[in-house]
Design a protein around this ligand. Structure first.
Ligand code: CAA
Length: 384
């Protein structure tokens, strides 16, 4: 067992750090305030090969491991979590879901351009449509239906809180094909946004990750060809759960980045700011906060890397990804709040970045399974 990163990992980490500093930091406050989707940044990430990081190069990906993904997610999230959520959804929900469970034709048609993040020079990414107005944590209560019509399914329903809702070209949609079968009557479908009957509603005006485009998507008699179903009939709920287990490593790493970004800003400020005749870093009240932040962040990082390592070694990572997500997201919320506190009044204004990190942190306790859902998954696993 060793804890050092390889040369290749260090290079990927540096590339992500440079990208975050040079391409994400400029304009991050304005994008947050005006809810501007970071299209330029996502296109640059596509160029760097970060939109299909773990996908086999034969399907347009970069063939990197999950450790690299955690490192990149942390660095990007230190600066702009609106960019990193787009990276996370595309990589771990859409690309991984298609690569692992899609057939060859689906991979050729959809995975290749999504992993490259571009098609015909234009942005081409995906979104994952599970949540509904009445099916959030209780994900088996799907109301969206896909009626089998022979050659095609007829899709009707509403999905909400969809990350990449308007920027994605392709949606992976979970829908009920046989209500009587409960979760075994759910299927996953590949749906193109520009098909007749698909409507993207207005962008949500959110507390945090305001640059990320979150939308409700409506389906009204959308004809989905039979060949766009993923896997065997009735595989949709398992597809969603298995895919989300990996997605949770991405969101845990996002939370880790928000926490470590907050810590780095607080540390810098504490070394510069003086009160009562010395730098506030020299006051034990502040030092103890920073010591606790550094310790909890390191623990979160270890959990993220362990889950990633298990995934790379084809072990069951359901438990470790939920542990990483619940711990890292709670660390992000706590550490970013402490960072605001260390900054005092300055922490409460936008120019110092920590208030945005605090707002962004909150969603990591909610999406891809709330902290309560992670505890359900952990509880069930340890009770086995
Ligand atoms: N792998 C494989 N199969 C799994 C599984 C997993 N990780 N988890 C559950 N299943 C299977 C079960 O074994 C069961 O199958 P059988 O009937 O054959 O035994 C079936 O799925 C139903 O599972 P449960 O009985 O455990 O279902 P439940 O109703 O008790 O719910 C839950 C379990 C963990 C709470 C689940 O509903 C859940 O994870 N909810 C949260 C949903 C979520 O994370 N949503 C995020 C939306 S996507 C998003 O946020 C993306 C974004 O935009 C950022």
């Amino acid at each position: 067992m060793h804890f050092s990163l390889s040369e290749e990992h260090l290079m990927i980490q540096k590339a992500a750090r440079d990208f975050a500093q040079n391409d994400c930091l400029p304009g991050v406050i304005e994008r947050d305030e005006k809810m501007i989707f970071p299209k330029e940044q996502v296109l640059k990430l596509a160029e760097l090969g970060f939109m299909g990081m773990m996908v086999d190069p034969k399907y347009g990906g970069s063939g990197m491991d999950t450790i690299s993904y955690v490192l990149a997610m942390e660095e990007i999230s230190k600066i702009d979590a609106s960019v990193s959520v787009c990276v996370s959804v595309n990589n771990s929900l859409v690309c991984w879901g298609l690569e692992t469970f899609g057939n060859e034709a689906q991979k050729e048609k959809y995975l290749v351009p999504i992993a490259q993040g571009r098609k015909d020079g234009e942005l081409y990414i995906g979104a994952f449509l599970l949540s509904e107005p009445e099916a959030g944590s209780d994900a088996t209560s799907q109301r969206t239906t896909a009626e089998d019509k022979g050659d095609y399914y007829l899709l009707n329903g509403t999905k909400n809180w969809i990350t990449n809702g308007s920027s994605a070209s392709v949606y992976l949609v979970m829908a009920q094909t046989d209500v009587a079968k409960g979760s075994h009557g759910i299927n996953a479908f590949i749906v193109e946004k520009n098909w007749p009957g698909v409507t993207v509603s207005a962008k949500e005006n959110k507390m945090g990750i305001r640059g990320s485009d979150t939308h409700t998507i409506l389906f009204n008699d959308v004809k989905v060809p039979k060949e766009n179903r993923i896997g065997e009939d009735g595989f949709g709920f398992k597809f969603a759960m298995k895919t989300l287990a990996g997605g949770r490593i991405g969101i845990a790493s996002q939370a880790l980045g928000i926490a470590s970004g907050s810590y780095e800003l607080a540390l810098k400020y504490a070394k510069e700011r003086k009160a009562f005749g010395k730098e506030i870093m020299k006051h034990q009240a502040i030092q103890f906060k920073l010591a606790d932040m550094a310790t909890r962040i390191e623990a979160a990082r270890m959990l993220c890397l362990k889950a990633a390592w298990e995934k790379d070694h084809h072990l069951d990572y359901t438990l470790s990804s939920s542990m990483a997500k619940v711990f890292a997201s709670e660390t992000a919320m706590w550490a970013s709040t402490e960072a605001v506190q260390i900054h005092g009044g300055y922490g409460y204004v936008k120019e110092y970045h920590v208030e945005r990190l605090m707002r962004d942190a909150k969603i990591t306790q909610i999406y891809e399974g709330t902290s309560e859902v992670q505890r359900i998954v952990i509880g069930r696993s340890i009770l086995k």
